[in-house]
Design a protein around this ligand. Structure first.
Ligand code: AMP
Length: 585
């Protein structure tokens, strides 16, 4: 990777670096491209020492620390396939992903502070490996454990943290890297060789391992990064996503680094240790290109303008957003208050599957409309279809599909070609189906209207209703469960769950807490339900299919229910309305 010498607006000359900003503002570090290369090579050689070869899968369960980037690029360097699991997922979710990809190595950390909350990551990782063994599907031979920087310097934290240790499997990162060469020839790869697997929710409940390959993905993330953020060598770029999601893969690691960009790697949360933390970081590093999610904007809006006024945000040039539709109020606040009406708001629509941006404005080139991801990126050909698969012209609303592939599109569902074809290509032959609804206006602008399959988007993260329902029905008191979305002021959508209890079981606060815990344990805290309603019966058609449309309307208190003639027992609806949850559980 090239080292550049951008001239900063304040006259400071720096070589291109990543600014690493920890959970606490006291933990920060500059990493040059040269240091990055050496650390990646060291890690690559260490993985080879553990027996990792081209094509092997390596699971990574790490917080947002430099070792995460080193490990993913080390895998890429030796042709191994990384499978990163967001470090907020539960041990069960981690195990499921390790087993599905048959990973032989897991890289994790001892622990991490998220805000002021201490999380024992190694304990979760060890539980996951235990589970893998129990299911007789153990494939992990070595678990590499990073001693998190914050704990080396914080005795209080290391005292609080009991790191479970299995001598036969666990190895400290530092011990592994000790004395290892920092030079490593890259492996020659075919352009269609796999680069990584990243799991995304599937409507059947079982996550899908989305597979991306080397050249198309890197080319596409590099190109979209350059044009969509109008990247120049004197920019400082910052994306607040976590690398555990696709946004972090494409627009923290691959896209920016392939452009030799100067960027910020942030480990913390937006409101710790104070509500102006994001604005403080923008001032500290003179960030010019900023990329975040509507859910973060809505969270920060709640604190008003004052926290921003304490900081100098004049370095900002472009503001990006991703993950979910952005509502008008949030868009205007981002534009007026954060960008001081100087910076275009770039609403980028894309998915884990698309690899990079597919619908997006280009800064200063595309006239903006708040809430619209505007137009396709170069070479991308969207279409809108009706239920019968007929293409709609002009102003229209229907299924968003794409006609032709682009370099960054996924190449498969890992180990399951049938699922790849049936999920994305079977409904409308000849098109890639996004699963999103979309409207095209009279100017040809695209407006995403939300998911039209059984997926929910909570804080920009896709969740499958089936997966949450499976967690709820694992509780011994629950006979049946149905989960729908309800609008939420900060998260965009939240989970509203209907549970039918087994005979003689009592619905009470303890049960609600147990159900929430069950979902957290099975999936992770992001899936925690906001509302749980006792449902003596669920609205079903005569053939036994739950009518989710009706449940969604009950959750949203929409009284006009339309045609209910297909319901087996319409009285159920009245009962459910009368017992609706007003307040969150
Ligand atoms: P994921 O694969 O987890 O990144 O989630 C992709 C989904 O997030 C899409 O299918 C959309 O439902 C939603 N999404 C992502 N970006 C946007 C956006 N800019 N506007 C509206 N929805 C979005």
């Amino acid at each position: 990777m090239k080292a550049m010498n951008p001239l900063f607006p304040n006259g400071l000359i720096l070589i291109n670096v990543s600014f690493r900003e920890g959970n606490s503002p006291d933990h920060h570090q500059n990493i040059t491209y040269n240091q990055l290369l050496r650390n990646v090579c060291r890690c690559a050689n260490a993985l080879k020492l553990l027996g990792v070869k081209k094509g092997d899968r390596v699971a990574i369960y790490l917080p947002m620390i430099p070792e995460l980037v080193y490990t993913m690029l080390a895998c890429a360097r030796i042709g191994a396939v990384h499978s990163i699991v967001f470090a907020g997922f539960s041990s069960e979710s981690l195990c499921e992903r390790i087993v599905d990809a048959q990973c032989n190595i897991l890289v994790t950390a001892d622990g991490v502070y998220r805000g002021d909350k201490l999380i024992n990551l190694k304990k979760i990782a060890s539980e996951a490996l235990e589970r893998c063994k129990e299911s007789m599907a153990s494939c992990v031979q070595k678990c590499v454990v990073v001693k998190h920087h914050a704990f080396r310097t914080n005795t209080d934290a290391s005292n609080k943290l009991q790191t479970p240790w299995d001598e036969s499997c666990d190895i400290w990162w530092d011990d592994l890297m000790d004395g290892v060469s920092d030079e490593c020839e890259p492996e020659w790869m075919d352009s269609e060789d796999p680069l990584f697997i990243l799991y995304t929710s599937g409507s059947t409940g079982k996550p899908k391992g989305v597979l991306h390959t080397v050249t198309g993905y890197m080319l596409y993330t590099s190109l979209t990064f350059k044009y969509v953020f109008d990247y120049h060598h004197d920019d400082v770029y910052w994306c607040t996503a976590d690398i555990g999601w696709i946004t972090g893969h494409s627009y923290i690691t691959y896209g920016p680094l392939a452009n030799g960009a100067t960027s910020v790697l942030f480990e913390g949360v937006p409101v710790y240790p104070h509500v102006g933390r994001l604005w403080e970081i923008i001032e500290k590093y003179r960030v010019s290109k900023f990329y975040t999610a509507p859910t973060a904007i809505r969270l920060l809006m709640k604190y008003g303008r004052e926290p921003l006024q304490r900081y100098d945000l004049s370095s900002l040039r472009v503001l990006g957003t991703v993950g979910e539709p952005i509502n008008l109020e949030a868009w205007l606040w981002y534009y007026d208050v954060v960008g001081q009406q100087r910076c275009p708001v770039i609403d980028t629509f894309w998915q884990t599957e698309t690899g990079g941006h597919v619908l997006t404005p280009l800064p200063a080139a595309t006239p903006l409309k708040p809430g619209s991801a505007t137009c396709p990126f170069f070479g991308v050909q969207p279409a809108i279809l009706n239920e019968h698969g007929e293409e709609l012209e002009g102003e229209a609303e229907g299924y968003l599909v794409f006609r032709k592939p682009w370099p960054g599109i996924m190449r498969g569902v890992y180990g399951n070609q049938e699922r790849f074809e049936s999920t994305y290509f079977r409904k409308f032959p000849g098109f890639y189906v996004t699963g999103d609804g979309c409207r095209r206006d009279q100017d040809g602008y695209y407006w995403i209207t939300g998911r039209i399959d059984d997926m929910l988007n909570v804080s920009g993260h896709l969740l499958s209703t089936a997966e949450v329902e499976a967690a709820l029905t694992e509780h011994p008191s629950v006979a049946e469960a149905a989960v729908v979305s309800r609008p939420h002021a900060v998260k965009g959508e939240c989970l509203y769950c209907f549970v039918t209890l087994k005979d003689h079981k009592e619905f009470n606060r303890t049960l609600m807490e147990e159900l929430k815990r069950k979902v957290r344990e099975k999936i992770g805290p992001i899936a925690t339900p906001d509302f749980i309603q006792n449902a003596p019966g669920l609205p079903k058609t005569r053939s036994g299919k739950i009518m989710r449309r009706v449940l969604r309307q009950i959750a949203r208190n929409e009284k006009d229910l339309g045609d209910l003639s297909t319901l087996a027992d319409p009285k159920v609806v009245e009962v459910l309305f009368s017992q609706r949850c007003e307040a969150a559980a």
